[in-house]
Design a protein around this ligand. Structure first.
Ligand code: C2E
Ligand code: CA
Ligand code: CA
Length: 572
């Protein structure tokens, strides 16, 4: 740069000397002013040959740009000075006039070119910004905002045609489990696979979007009846049936799909239509996942009902609407009750709300934390009174269900300690049941809590075992004392060999972990025999007892332990 500057300076000196010599003000000869011109050439050549010269032509890095104000000042000066010079002085002759015109034209062209370049750069940058704000970076699909616009346009166009839009809300089943147990890169891999399957199976007229984590939306503006909408949803559900290849092997991914069709004559906004599809999707999840549900108006009632449950649940405890029922756990070889599982019941406005309905809401809203603490206290008090009155043996256990939210509560451990102290029950008689999924999602938090509980001497049972994605390698880190075989396997044990294989595997796994096994949901004599033949000793289920109110327990226990068929049954 210094060489170039010197070259320009020398040329300038040469030009001035030459002008002075022409005006004959001074005595300057041609050989005098040739010197600065020669110097200018030498400096220019040196600059061009300098090793750093290529840096001059390389694109300037955006951070190394000169400050805006400085650039503005130099450009203005460079523009204004020639213009001022040209306007304040009169041209000498025709040639001068031509040169001035050409100079001004060149100046205008340069300025125009720069302005056009700036505008284009700006437009490209804005376009990129818009695109990244409206599409999802993982899959490149439109996001929620853009999808709502598409739905809105589809609804507007549908007024003038017979075609009506269909919106499908697709949620990948148990995606959080996949993500947490197999890692985020596998999770991302699954999502991109799902996205490309959706794109392939959706018709050309449809738009596919990813609106959040594991939620996709498909819009087809050309359907003509709800039947067509459902057919479209089935096609999409079908496309997900082939397993997704991941680094850890093939993986089966299912989804729940909510379908909303915008009927004619109904004034719906894009947001409402999407919400309808979302509501229907929850219905599909409730129906057992991997299925389709079509939105209808009664689902709106469900949403209001849910809201009602949510608000009344907050007051249920103080209004004493909650109580516990108890299901005895029996030793099938001895025919004696060795423990109980406490299960919550809610009488809302003198009608009973099933736990499957209110427990998930209590978990979502966090109300489960006080409810759960109440349950532990109440269950232990109850056990203590049965032991003192001699209804059960002093070693009888009490199992209480615990949700993830409770484990995350920093005061949970001290609440458990207080409950044990108040009831004078020894810690190893309390079994806290946590589901398998709790150990996969937020594993580290669950682990800390479970270790402190185990430190108190409390025992931990894995509930609904076999329904999650956990593995021996995950479970071995947790302090586990019991494994509860999920009802679904027990109930199929007599019909299919797969279930009995699975139960055998679970029992082997429990042995490896040093845990005992409890079978859930034993309903028939045959199931009991098969379980006994596999060395599963403890069980609960309607075959022995349904969950009953505390007041009926003494009578119930006496009855079952005195069943004279009991031991015959077992030994037969
Ligand atoms: P869970 O922990 O798996 O409880 C066992 C469920 O199976 C109970 O349903 C019980 O009534 C039912 N059951 C027992 N034996 C049989 C049988 O032989 N056949 C059939 N078909 N079912 C049987 P329930 O009482 O409706 O509870 C449902 C779920 O609600 C429980 O599943 C548990 O996850 C949750 N829950 C209940 N009480 C509490 C609680 O106090 N705290 C928490 N966090 N969850 C609770
Ligand atoms: Ca349980
Ligand atoms: Ca269970």
């Amino acid at each position: 740069l210094a060489m170039l500057a010197l070259s320009v300076l020398s040329a300038l000196v040469g030009i001035i000397m030459r002008s002075l010599s022409f005006r004959q003000d001074f005595d300057i000869t041609q050989s005098d002013y040739a010197i600065p011109f020669m110097l200018a050439l030498i400096f220019a050549a040196s600059a061009l040959l300098h090793p750093a010269s290529h840096a001059l032509i390389a694109a300037p890095s955006p951070t190394a740009r000169t400050p805006l104000l400085y650039r503005f000042a130099t450009i203005s000066l460079a523009l204004i000075s020639p213009v001022v010079l040209i306007t304040v002085t009169d041209p000498f002759d025709f040639q001068d006039r031509v040169i001035r015109s050409i100079s001004v034209t060149l100046l205008v062209i340069v300025v125009m070119a720069r302005v056009i370049q700036s505008i284009r750069e700006n437009a490209i940058a804005q376009n990129n910004l818009m695109r990244s704000a409206l599409t999802d970076s993982l899959t490149g699909l439109p996001n929620r905002i853009l999808m709502l616009e598409h739905i809105s346009t589809a609804l507007q166009h549908s007024w003038i045609s017979n075609k009506r839009p269909t919106v499908l809300f697709i949620d990948v089943d148990r995606f959080k489990n996949i993500n947490d147990s197999l890692g985020h890169s596998t999770g991302d891999n699954v999502l991109t696979h799902v996205a490309s399957r959706l794109l392939l199976s959706a018709p050309d007229t449809a738009t596919v979007a990813r609106i959040s984590g594991d939620e996709f939306v498909v819009l087809d503006p050309t359907t003509e009846s709800p039947t067509q909408s459902v057919l479209l949803a089935e096609k999409i559900l079908d496309s997900l049936r082939t397993p997704v290849p991941t680094s850890g092997g093939d993986m089966f991914v299912t989804a729940s799909i909510g379908v909303a069709y915008a009927p004619k004559g109904m004034d719906l906004t894009a947001d409402q239509l999407l919400r309808h599809a979302d509501t229907a999707m929850y219905r599909a999840k409730d129906a057992g996942r991997n299925c389709i549900a079509l939105f209808d108006d009664t689902m709106l009632d469900l949403v209001t009902k849910r809201l009602d449950v949510e608000t009344s649940l907050y007051r249920a405890l103080e209004r004493q609407e909650l109580r516990l029922v108890f299901q005895p756990i029996v030793d099938m070889t001895l025919g004696v009750v060795v423990g109980f599982e406490a299960l919550m019941r809610w009488n809302k406005d003198s009608e009973s709300v099933p736990p499957a309905e209110f427990i998930p809401i209590a978990e979502e809203t966090g109300v489960i934390v006080p409810l759960g603490t109440w349950a532990i206290n109440d269950a232990l008090q109850q056990l203590s009174s049965w032991i003192t009155t001699g209804v059960v043996t002093p070693a009888t256990t009490m199992s209480v269900n615990v949700s993830a939210k409770q484990l995350h509560d920093p005061e949970f451990i001290s609440h458990v300690r207080d409950a044990l102290r108040n009831s004078s029950i020894t810690p190893d008689q309390l079994l806290l049941e946590v589901t398998e999924s709790v150990m996969i999602t937020d594993a580290s938090q669950a682990l800390t809590a479970m270790k402190s509980l185990a430190g108190l001497g409390v025992r931990i049972a894995v509930d609904d075992f076999g329904t999650g994605y956990s593995s021996l390698s995950v479970l071995q880190h947790f302090p586990i004392h019991s494994i509860k075989i999920d009802r679904s396997f027990v109930q199929r044990v007599a019909q299919d060999s797969e279930s009995s294989m699975l139960i055998r595997t679970i029992i082997a796994m429990a042995t490896a972990l040093g845990a005992d096994v409890i079978a859930e949901g034993v309903e028939t004599d045959e199931q009991m025999r098969l379980l006994l033949s596999m060395n599963c000793v403890k069980a609960q289920g309607y075959h022995f007892f349904r969950p009953i109110d505390a007041e009926f327990i003494p009578q119930g226990i006496a009855e079952i332990q005195n069943r004279d068929t009991w031991l015959d049954n077992v030994t037969k």
